[in-house]
Design a protein around this ligand. Structure first.
Ligand code: SAH
Ligand code: SF4
Length: 387
């Protein structure tokens, strides 16, 4: 593709290499990386310890282009859903969720130590309350999604293209600038538009860059279960938290909800999760979108519990965010149904959280991101027509 690299997507070693190629000392590369990522400067001009000639050359040969914020929707709880335009006109969405772990959506994305009722670690975290308020940013990894889950607005809109590492970092920087935050107190989740594990080309360098500023345990990658890519992620020396969208514990129900199950069966996915190397005090986050009459019975909960047996996991129940336009016929269970399902899992000793989307604010939830506003390209599939 483009001959010139995207400067925001260059890792620190890549900048050092470039410095050498330009006849400069290696440390110049590290300085540029510092300015762009650690110090988050808007452009090279502000990198005051670089020679003027170098700043000019960078400007000329490696211009910085961040996604542009085109839309903002603020919810009552302070969450902000942002619509961003990429250089080629493609649209993506990202969400900023402010607040402490206990009173915001961020709760669901905490690492295992923040799960109430858990052993040792929980108390330790509570003692060291940070001075800087926490927040979570939900990022997109693709401009659509080819995985085609039946309950997902992004999936209904069809495949998009991969975001480059530079676009992923640019997206993050644009959001941080918009909400006037730095990395302090930040949690990052790849739960926006797209399937991150179908974009390892963009994701892996983006993680390498991010981990220079942010501890891996503050970053979560959510996948629908692309098992070969999971194995590659597992082999990284520094790994993010893993979240897996299980959504159904029975092969045929899951295939109906997530046709990708035909390619990567549940059995294989669970095996890949068992093989995932967990650091101490971490857990795999199992996401389960709860849909009325589809996967929300007590038997479904018991099956899920059996399926996960032996895994170090916590379960995040996500009551379906309904969408009359894109997801006609799919319903979220009532509160009693959600409670019944959660209680069955709690009784089996799983750490469980329920993601509470608040009324009209639901559109800002991850997994509800569409980027564009036109109608779905493909035929709408209702629960009845898919069975
Ligand atoms: N593609 C990745 C990450 C993006 S989707 C994945 O599937 O994991 C992020 C989360 O949103 C997933 O757990 C997905 O199951 C959930 N989700 C998608 N559509 C949803 C909806 N309509 N209501 C609630 N959660 C939804
Ligand atoms: Fe893609 Fe995730 Fe939506 Fe499935 S739930 S269509 S994998 S974004």
């Amino acid at each position: 593709m483009a001959a010139q690299p995207d400067p925001l997507g260059l890792t620190q070693p890549a900048w050092e290499q470039l410095a050498l190629e330009w006849g400069l000392p290696r440390y110049r590369g590290r300085q540029i990386f510092d300015w762009l990522h650690r110090r988050l400067v808007r452009d090279y001009d502000l990198a005051s310890d670089l020679p003027a000639a170098l700043r000019e050359r960078l400007d000329r040969e490696l211009p910085i282009r961040r996604p542009e914020i085109l839309r903002r929707e603020t919810s009552d709880d302070g969450s902000v859903k942002l619509g961003l335009g990429l250089a080629d006109g493609a649209l993506i969405e990202a969400v900023y969720m402010p607040g402490e772990a206990r009173d915001s959506l961020a709760n669901e994305f905490e690492d295992a130590r923040a799960v109430p009722g858990e052993a040792a670690g929980g108390r330790r975290e509570a003692k060291s309350m940070p001075l800087v308020p926490k927040f979570t940013i939900c990022l997109s990894s693709q401009t659509g999604c080819a995985v085609d889950c039946a309950f997902c607005v992004t999936g209904r809109l069809g495949a998009g293209r991969n975001l480059s590492a530079g676009e992923i970092l640019g997206q993050l920087q644009a959001v941080l600038r918009e909400v006037d935050r730095t990395y302090e107190g930040m949690r990052l989740v790849f739960m926006g538009m797209g399937e991150p594990l179908l974009n390892l080309e963009g994701l892996l360098p983006a993680l390498e860059i991010l981990f220079e500023m942010v501890a891996p345990r503050r970053v979560t990658v959510s996948t629908s279960g692309i098992t070969p890519a999971l194995a590659k992620l597992a082999a990284l020396p520094r790994r993010p938290n893993l979240a897996v969208s299980i959504n159904a514990a029975e092969e045929s129900i899951r295939t109906r909800l997530m046709p990708i199950t035909r390619t990567y069966p549940l059995r294989e996915l669970i095996a890949a999760m068992r093989a995932w190397p967990l650091e101490p005090r971490r857990r795999i986050l199992v996401e389960y979108v709860l849909i009325a009459g589809v996967n929300d019975s007590v038997e479904d909960a018991a099956r899920l519990s059996r399926l996960l047996r032996g895994l170090t996991a916590k379960i995040n129940i996500i009551p379906l965010n309904e969408d009359a336009t894109y997801l006609p016929g799919w319903k979220r269970p009532g509160e009693a149904g959600i409670d019944r399902f959660a209680k069955e899992l709690v009784a089996a000793h799983w750490p469980v959280t329920v993601r509470r989307s608040r009324g009209p604010d639901a559109a800002a939830a991850c997994g509800q991101l569409k980027g564009r506003t036109q109608d779905p390209r493909r035929a709408r599939l209702t629960p009845a027509s898919r069975s």
